[in-house]
Structure formats: structure tokens, C-alpha cells
Design a protein around this ligand. Structure first.
Ligand SMILES: Cc1cc2nc3c(=O)[nH]c(=O)nc-3n(C[C@H](O)[C@H](O)[C@H](O)COP(=O)(O)OP(=O)(O)OC[C@H]3O[C@@H](n4cnc5c(N)ncnc54)[C@H](O)[C@@H]3O)c2cc1C
Length: 471
């Protein structure tokens, strides 16, 4: 039984379908026929990037789906070549042979995944079914099903395993408390981030980049902007700002916000482009992680995945990748439990949440550390934060002038490698040398803060002069 039919619910269904006779997804909301945004997933109207590890995991789960998306107009890109990325105030070096990603809208991706999952013979999706409560055995040590409100009124459904994939609004903490388990520890970093996004017609023949990110250096800058190719020959343009500095939803205000981003490029590209939709806003008060993995007691037969466990600041585009890798871990945990003599209900929940916690921890560390560079960010500041931020900023600046270091950075960011990838002798030596240089040479003379690097292999553009010409 899976609570929620969004990305985490669908991917859970995909892995569970290999281990259970029948998998039922209970989704509270009506599900659209096509690739449309849904009311309960308002984030779908904003840019959604997929890291390489997420792309590879999806490709493994749904063979041929990536190529199908490409045939339908999605761009499969080389992030190092096709992304124009100002990160923390310096432009990433551009080269060929970086990690891969696919550029699609969130509703389109969910629709493709849903198509594959609902085609599985043992998966059933029930729309309009909202889960109200967990059912347990008499000793309350095992979850045995759910009480659900659907078109036929209330009913109880029994199952061997219940997966809560109901997103950030999950009622699991309340359910667990009612069952006598207490609530999980909740970790938050308050950021009051707001995204405002709209679609544009992509200018014909445009190939300066396939995705652009303009992100300034904290704490001076609180704003970021994104342009991304998506299916249907469109651009999605998302503008965001921290601590209530949110882009307006009227035409003029939207453009004005873009004009005041930390670099002029994004504004220049969109100012003459043709909008296809009105801007819409979505607010993210905080990054939030519920630590189910450290609860003293936890019922068997119940696991959680997705934003129900951890909703990360989306600026780093990690959410769906962490979910897909988490779903893979869930499948492996069930496979192990199924073949162990103790069976499915002896420690599966705990061991899965612990493994998931390690995966989330790496992503959480990156986003929250960067967010804590803002003095307004509300959260626990680790010892040595200042030194850590100094090192990270030097690492980012180094990636603007050294393609080799940039590649090693991308390998960690896209989760090809764990953080130990940054400790490799070559990278560590380059970073150390660069950090020493940073003590002597001003930033503008050792990092690329101003010039958008051209697409490798393309005619060199003359600095920023031709910006906006294509648009
Ligand atoms: C503005 C923004 C931009 C983002 N950008 C990126 C990005 O670039 N890259 C990336 O990887 N991630 C990004 N994310 C994060 C990503 O969107 C989320 O991590 C992901 O969508 C969460 O999926 P989910 O399935 O866990 O939850 P949701 O998508 O929130 O889905 C939960 C589902 O559960 C259903 N439900 C809820 N309660 C019940 C109930 N009681 N019974 C039955 N059904 C229920 C809901 O109707 C819904 O369908 C972004 C997020 C935001 C807000």
C-alpha cells in the first residue's frame, strides 16, 4: 500500500512491484490524463533539474524511457557543455564530457513515470483515496494497513507493507505519536524562499546553452534565476529569492526582478522572448528533515520516502534524485528482508530508514551549509562553519578557471561519487593551492566572475556583447 501517487509514490510502486503480488497506490487527488501540473504538487510549475544519478536510476528502472523522452523533444544534455552556470558568483568552466541530465518539466516527467508504473500488471492506482490513519496489529508493533476515505466512503485496506510517500504534508509524525511512538526529531533551516516561474517560447535555433543558472554569492546576494529548455520547444524560467525577496507575478515586476539578478545575462535572454504563461509563485519556508532513522522505536511494516522524510532547498536540484536513489535502496532492503530467515517484519523499517538517512545526509549537508552563509537563515550552525564556507567558496571559484577541478566537483554534485571524490590527492592539492592564492590575489583576478563561457566547440562569442540577440 502506497500513500501518495507523486514521484516518490510511483517510484516506490515500481520497486515494490518486484516483491509483492499486488501494489496499490492511494492518491487523494484526481490524476490528469496528460502531462499537467496537479493542485497538490504546486512545485510542478517550477524548474526541475535531474542530477545524473537520478537520471541513471530512472533509466535503470524504466529501460528506454529516457530515449523516448528525447524522441518526444526533451534534451539529453552534457551538464559541463550545455549548462551556463554562475554559481555563488563565478561562472563554471565549460568543457565536454561532464555528467548527463535530461531537461523536462516536472509534470511531463511524472506523467512518463506514471505511464510506465500503471502499465505494470500488479500495480493499481486508486484516485480520490485519501489515507486518514494507519492500522496496526493488537500489540501496535506492526502496521497492517490504512483507513482510507474514497469515493465509496471510508474503508480499511490491509497490506504487508505501507509506504508513506505523501509529501511534505505527511501526517506520519501525528500517526506515530498517536500509536505511542512519539514524534521524530525535526531539523529545519529556515530560508523563506520563493520561486516565481513562467514558460516562454524558446527562440528558434537558440543554442547558447540548454540550461542557465544565475546564482550570486551569499550573503550579499539572495537571488537566483534559471532558464531551462523543456519539452515542447519551450523555456521554463524560474526566479527565486530568499527571506521574502520573491519575484512578483506581473510582467513588469518579473522582468525587473530578473534585471536585478547578480548577473545581467538571464534578463538579457528573456526580455524580448515571448511568454506563454503567467508567472506563478511557490513558497518554501524551510529545508526540513524528519529523523525517522533515529527514533527509539518504530513500527514494522511501515516506511517513508520522499518529501515526507526530507524536503530539501530545491536550489540544488537534488530532491527527485534522492527520491529515486531512495526507492532503489527500498527495493534492495526488501529483497534482503525477503530472503532473510527473520522475514519482512524484523528490522526492515529501521535498516531502510538508516540507509536512507545516509543518502539524505550528504544532500542535506551541501544545501544547508550553503544556506547558513546567510545570517538570516534560521538553523543550527555547526562549529567551523566560517572555515567550511571559505573552503567551499574557494572550491566554487576554482571550478570557474580549472576544468579538471570542475569535473571532479561535478562528479560529486551529480552523485557519481561520494564526498570522498573531493579528497582525491589531485583535487585536494589544486584546492589547497587555490585557497592560498585567495589570501593574496583578489577574487576578480583569480575567478571568472563576469564572462559567460561559450559552448565548447561553438564559435567563440564576443564576451557578453551579443547577449539577447538570439532572444
Ligand atoms: C519550487 C520547487 C522546485 C524544485 N526543484 C527541484 C529540482 O530542480 N530538482 C529536483 O530533483 N527536485 C526539485 N524539487 C523537489 C521535488 O519537487 C520534490 O522533492 C518532489 O516532488 C517530492 O515528491 P514526493 O512524491 O515526495 O511528494 P509530492 O510531490 O509532494 O507528492 C505527494 C503526493 O501525495 C498525495 N497525498 C498527500 N496526502 C495524502 C493522503 N493522506 N492520502 C493519499 N494521498 C496523499 C498528494 O496528493 C501528492 O500527490 C523542487 C521543489 C520545489 C518546491
Amino acid at each position: 500500500m502506497i500513500i501518495g501517487g507523486s514521484i516518490a509514490g510511483l517510484l516506490s510502486a515500481r520497486v515494490l512491484s518486484e516483491h509483492f503480488e499486488k501494489v496499490i497506490i492511494l492518491e487523494r487527488e484526481p490524476i490528469p490524463e496528460g502531462p499537467e501540473a496537479r493542485k497538490s504538487t504546486p512545485q510542478g510549475r517550477h524548474i526541475h533539474a535531474l542530477l545524473e544519478a537520478g537520471l541513471k536510476t530512472l533509466d535503470g528502472m524504466f529501460p528506454g524511457m529516457v530515449q523516448e523522452m528525447v524522441r518526444e523533444g526533451a534534451d539529453l544534455i552534457d551538464m559541463a557543455r550545455d549548462a551556463a552556470w554562475l554559481q555563488s558568483g563565478s561562472w563554471k568552466a565549460r568543457y565536454e564530457g561532464g555528467p548527463q541530465s535530461i531537461l523536462v518539466s516536472r509534470p511531463y516527467l511524472e506523467w512518463k513515470v506514471r505511464g510506465r508504473v500503471t502499465a505494470l500488471p500488479n500495480v493499481e492506482v486508486r484516485q480520490g483515496y485519501g489515507v486518514e490513519e494507519l492500522l496496526t496489529d493488537a500489540s501496535r508493533t506492526r502496521v497492517t494497513g490504512v483507513r482510507v476515505k474514497g469515493p465509496q466512503g471510508e474503508q480499511t485496506l490491509e497490506g504487508e507493507l505501507v509506504v508513506d510517500a505523501s509529501g511534505r504534508g505527511s501526517r506520519a509524525p501525528h500517526w506515530l505519536e498517536q500509536l505511542g511512538y512519539g514524534r521524530p526529531e525535526e531539523e529545519q533551516v529556515g530560508i523563506d524562499l520563493g520561486y516565481t516561474s513562467r514558460f516562454y517560447e524558446r527562440p528558434a535555433g537558440f543554442d547558447d546553452f540548454k540550461i542557465m543558472v544565475v546564482n550570486g554569492r551569499a550573503p550579499e546576494s539572495r537571488r537566483s534565476g534559471f532558464i531551462s529548455n523543456v519539452e515542447g520547444g519551450r523555456w521554463i524560467v524560474s526566479l527565486n529569492g530568499y527571506f521574502g525577496d520573491h519575484a512578483p507575478t506581473d510582467d513588469e515586476g518579473f522582468l525587473e526582478f530578473a534585471r536585478k539578478l547578480p548577473a545581467p545575462h538571464l534578463y538579457e535572454y528573456i526580455r524580448n522572448a515571448k511568454p506563454l504563461t503567467q508567472p506563478v509563485t511557490h513558497k518554501i519556508p524551510s529545508s526540513r528533515w524528519l529523523h525517522f532513522e533515529t527514533m527509539a522505536r518504530f513500527p514494522e511494516g511501515f516506511v517513508l520516502l520522499g518529501d515526507a522524510v526530507c524536503a530539501l532547498n530545491p536550489v540544488f536540484g537534488q530532491g527527485m534524485t534522492v527520491i529515486s536513489m531512495g526507492a532503489k535502496i527500498l527495493g534492495e532492503s526488501i529483497a534482503r528482508a525477503r530472503t532473510s530467515p527473520s522475514g519482512l517484519h524484523q528490522g526492515l523499517s529501521r535498516s531502510f530508514h538508516q540507509e536512507l538517512g545516509k543518502l539524505i545526509g550528504a544532500a542535506w549537508f551541501l544545501t544547508t551549509t550553503m544556506d547558513l552563509a546567510h545570517p538570516e537563515a534560521r538553523g543550527k550552525r555547526p562549529a567551523g562553519l566560517k572555515a567550511l564556507l571559505w573552503t567551499i567558496q574557494n572550491m566554487i571559484d576554482l571550478t570557474s578557471v580549472d576544468a579538471k577541478s570542475c569535473h571532479q566537483f561535478y562528479e560529486v554534485l551529480h552523485m557519481r561519487k561520494g564526498a570522498e571524490g573531493l579528497l582525491q590527492p589531485g583535487f585536494a592539492a589544486s584546492l589547497l593551492g587555490y585557497s592560498l592564492k585567495s589570501l593574496l590575489i583578489p577574487r576578480e583576478r583569480r575567478a571568472n566572475l563576469t564572462t559567460l563561457p561559450p559552448t565548447p566547440g561553438k564559435q567563440t562569442r564576443t564576451g557578453d556583447k551579443s547577449l539577447g540577440a538570439a532572444a
